[in-house]
Design a protein around this ligand. Structure first.
Ligand code: NDP
Length: 297
């Protein structure tokens, strides 16, 4: 079997188009554009790039982007005061604090200070709780993006065996929750799981969110499995090259021989994350304005 390549980049581009069109209609109805505020503390180069690309994508989706770049030595009080200001700003529908924060800031208490109804990253404990009990809130962007790719590919997930490898609060746990809500039979595996290959081999759906290059090979997979590779790992550079290749947690080429469908890295889950962030922001704008967000976004 040669697996179908699940084209997250193309799916994300279509989602961004739908979000952009929805934002235009929202602006006509509400008399203002949806707005996303992104807060970056410090000068971590990767975070600078992420924040820059989120800003561009927000503008391209017909929304306002408010960037707040603060120095590395920003204190907790100053950061909490900015978040308070954004919580109370009617032009701001979504607030994202770029992680990781510098060590002197406590991520949990900073995230907890965001109004849950503006927490478009879905990291607030209230949104984690809402997801856990099946209430509507904001779901973290990466797992929600994975879920969109899975349902687009498989339709009804009822009764399918799903194994999520990784149990982080931002990927593994919400992913498992979403699969459970979709009536899959879910196993969450992690670094202490015994005989991981045989656990993964049971799965009709494998979601790999570990951060170990090419950990999952073809021998771990069931014939015809659908594989979602969240991992982003940079290999050491080849001789003469400045940067190493980006690869996932799954050995793509060999896994393709046995899986029915698989996401590539790059071009699979990665592009979905920003697209879902924009989607969550336009949904937040509707809720904040007391309007119904269009179904199927
Ligand atoms: P974390 O480091 O927070 O979590 C990694 C998880 O993998 C942990 O639960 C850990 O288990 C588990 N793990 C580690 N080693 C093993 C092992 N040998 N066998 C089984 N499980 C193992 O990572 P994140 O969840 O934040 O991210 C995971 C990957 O996804 C990373 O590569 C990251 O870069 C990528 N990512 C990609 C995004 C995208 O947009 N595509 C967005 C977010 C993340 P334990 O809990 O026992 O330690």
């Amino acid at each position: 079997m040669t697996a179908t390549r699940i084209d997250g980049k193309a799916f994300a581009a279509k989602l961004r188009e739908r979000v952009g069109a929805t934002a235009l209609t929202f602006a006509q109805d509400a008399g203002r554009k949806p707005g996303l505020a992104v807060v970056l503390v410090g000068d971590d180069p990767a975070s600078q790039v992420y924040v820059g690309s989120k800003g561009k994508a927000t503008l391209a989706a017909n929304m306002n982007s408010f960037e707040h770049r603060l120095p590395d030595d920003t204190g907790e009080e100053a950061l909490l005061s900015l978040i308070d200001q954004l919580n109370n700003d009617d032009a701001v529908d979504g607030i994202l604090v770029q992680l990781p924060l510098p060590d002197h800031l406590d991520e949990q208490s900073i995230i907890a200070s965001i109004n849950p109804d503006k927490d478009v990253d879905g990291f607030h404990i209230i949104n984690a709780g809402r997801l856990s009990v099946g209430q509507s809130g904001f779901v973290p962007c990466t797992p929600l993006g994975c879920m969109m790719l899975l349902t687009d590919r498989l339709g009804d997930l009822s009764g399918l065996e799903a194994v999520v490898v990784g149990r982080s609060n931002i990927v593994g746990k919400p992913m498992a929750q979403l699969l459970l809500d979709a009536n899959a039979t879910v196993t969450i595996a992690h670094s202490r799981t015994k005989d991981l290959p045989s656990v993964v081999k049971r799965a009709d759906i494998v979601v790999a969110a570990v951060g170990r290059p090419h950990m999952i090979g073809k021998d771990w997979l069931k014939d015809g499995a659908t594989v979602i590779d969240v991992g982003i790992n940079r290999l050491p550079p080849e001789p003469g090259k400045e940067k190493g290749k980006l690869v996932g947690d799954v050995a793509y080429d060999e896994a393709s021989e046995i899986a029915a469908a698989i996401t590539p890295v790059p071009g699979g889950v990665g592009p979905m994350t920003i697209a879902v962030l924009l989607r969550n922001t336009v949904v937040a704008a509707h809720r904040n304005a007391g309007l119904d967000a269009p179904k199927g976004l």
